[in-house]
Design a binder for this molecule. Structure first.
Ligand code: NAP
Length: 315
C-alpha cells in the first residue's frame, strides 16, 4: 500500500523508508527544499516537495495513501527562525492529520518519545498534546514512544555520533551530571537505547497490525545502561578507551545553558539537561512480543559506525 511519510529524510525516517519498501509498501515522502539528496531508495519512493506548513503539499503527499506516518521532531528550538516545538511537533502534526483525514486516510502512526507525560519541558508537552489530538480523532491510530535511538546515522543526527563529537573527541574530561550535591550519583541516569532498525521494524509492522490500533507503545532496547557507561562505551567503540569523566552539578550546567542556549555553538539546552536527569527507560517487552522483533543490544559491537569518521556528524 502507499504510505505517506512526513520526516522520511531524517535519521529514523530513512530506516522506516527502507523497511516500508522491504515490506512492499510505497513510501510517499514530503521532502523539504535542500533535503532531496537525503532520500534513500529514491526510485522506489514517490516524492512531494514541501514543508509541514504547506497545506497544498500535505494534500498532495496524502493523495492515494492508506496510512500516514508522522516523524518530525526537534531537540532544540530557534524561535527567531520559526523553529519551535509547537510548530513542528504539534501544529505540523495537526496540519498533517487534517490533510490525511481530508484524503480519507484512517490509519495514522505518530512518533512521540518516552516520558512525554512527565510534561517537564516544551519538547515533552508538545509531543503529548499531539498524542492527545490523535487519540481524540476517529482514526485507527498508534503512538510510539522510544527511548534514545542509536544506529548508523548515515550522515544525519544521532545521539552516539553527537556525544562522540561533543564529549569524547575533545581532549578534556567528559562531564557527567549529578543531582543536587550528590556527587556519587554522577552519570547514574539509566537508559535503554533502542536500535534504529528495531524502531523502523515496529513502525512498519504496525501499519497493518490491527492489534496495535488505539495503543501507545514504548520502544526500549534490551539492556539498561548508566549514562556514564554510555559515554565509556562510545569512547571504547571510537578507539578512545580511558576517557576521563568529570562530575558536574546539573543545576550549575542548567543555569549556564539557560544563558547560552540561544547560540547555535552552545552544545545543549537547559531542557536537555532536565531530560537527561530524568533517565530514559522504556518498556522493551511489548514490541518484542507484539511485533516479534529481536532487539539489538546497546554495546560497542553495535557501535562500529563510530570508527568511520566520514559518518560522524558535526553539529
Ligand atoms: N533520535 C532519537 O534518539 C529519538 C528518540 C526519541 C524520539 N525521537 C523522535 O523521533 C523523530 C525522528 O527523529 P530523528 O532522529 O529521525 O530526527 P531527524 O533526523 O532530525 O529527522 C527529522 C525529520 O523531520 C523533518 N522535518 C523537520 N522539520 C520539518 C518541517 N518543518 N517540515 C517538513 N519536515 C520537517 C526533517 O526533514 P529534513 O531532512 O528536511 O531536515 C527530517 O526528515 C522525532 O520526532 C524525534 O523527537 C528521536
Amino acid at each position: 500500500m502507499k504510505v505517506s511519510v512526513i520526516g522520511g529524510t531524517g535519521f529514523v525516517g530513512s530506516y522506516i523508508v527502507d523497511r516500508l519498501i522491504a515490506a512492499e509498501h510505497t513510501p510517499r515522502l514530503l521532502v523539504r527544499q535542500g533535503s532531496e539528496g537525503k532520500v534513500v531508495q529514491r526510485d522506489a519512493c514517490e516524492i512531494v516537495p514541501g514543508d509541514i506548513d504547506d497545506s497544498d503539499a500535505l494534500k498532495e503527499v496524502m493523495s492515494g495513501a492508506r496510512a500516514m506516518i508522522y516523524l518530525p521532531g526537534i531537540l532544540r528550538e530557534f524561535p527567531s527562525r520559526g523553529i519551535t516545538f509547537e510548530a513542528i511537533q504539534y501544529q505540523g502534526f495537526s496540519n498533517a492529520l487534517e490533510a490525511a483525514r481530508d484524503s480519507g486516510i484512517g490509519r495514522i502512526i505518530l512518533m512521540s518519545a518516552n516520558g512525554v507525560d512527565a510534561g517537564a519541558t516544551s519538547y515533552q508537552r508538545t509531543k503529548h498534546h499531539a498524542e492527545e489530538l490523535l487519540a481524540e480523532s476517529d482514526c485507527q491510530w498508534t503512538v510510539f514512544r522510544p527511548s534514545v535511538i542509536f544506529g548508523d546515522p548515515r550522515g544525519r543526527m544521532e545521539f552516539c555520533t553527537q556525544l562522540k563529537h561533543q564529549l569524547v573527541d575533545p581532549p578534556i574530561p567528559a562531564a557527567v551530571f549529578f543531582p543536587g550535591l550528590n556527587v556519587l550519583a554522577a552519570g547514574k541516569q539509566e537508559m535503554n537505547p533502542v536500535h534504529v532498525d528495531n524502531v523502523a521494524q515496529a513502525f512498519v509492522a504496525s501499519v497493518d497490525t490491527p492489534a496495535s490500533y488505539g495503543r501507545i507503545f514504548e520502544l526500549g532496547g534490551p539492556n539498561r545502561v548508566y549514562w556514564k557507561d554510555i559515554i565509556r562505551t562510545i569512547a571504547w567503540a571510537s578507539g578512545r578507551d580511558g576517557k576521563w569523566l568529570l562530575p558536574a552539578p546539573a543545576w550549575g550546567v542548567r543555569s549556564v545553558a539557560k544563558v547560552f542556549q540561544r547560540f547555535d555553538w552552545f552544545p545543549l539546552t537547559a531542557d536537555q539537561v532536565t531530560l537527561l536527569m530524568q533517565g530514559n527507560i522504556a518498556n522493551a517487552s511489548e514490541i518484542a512480543g507484539m511485533f516479534k522483533i529481536d532487539l539489538t543490544p546497546f554495546d560497542s559491537k553495535h557501535l562500529d559506525y563510530l570508527k568511520d569518521p566520514g559518518r560522524a556528524i558535526h553539529g
